[in-house]
Design a protein around this ligand. Sequence first.
Ligand SMILES: [Zn+2]
Ligand SMILES: [Zn+2]
Length: 94
Amino acid sequence: MPVVRCPDCSALIDVPKETMSGDVVECPNCAGHALRIREDADGWSATLAYRVSCPECDEVMTLPDDVKPGDTVRCCGRTYHLTFDYGAYAAEDA
Ligand SMILES: [Zn+2]
Ligand SMILES: [Zn+2]
């Protein structure tokens, strides 16, 4: 079974057989982010996929690869600004 190394805690994580390049998998050690994994010529690799929860409904959203502080996400018919503190994103009322 292929494995990827978590870029945050360095744990080795099994890549499930049905995984497609671009899928998101959980790191068992890390809260607050998941891993977006990719298959390329050298095999599988993983990058952090940050997550935020909606301040209203606690829905957890996985943020896109190119997310940056100040970007916005929408949930509950509202727009939230993303802030980045202590290694994690948070969604705040605009
Ligand atoms: Zn990890
Ligand atoms: Zn919501």
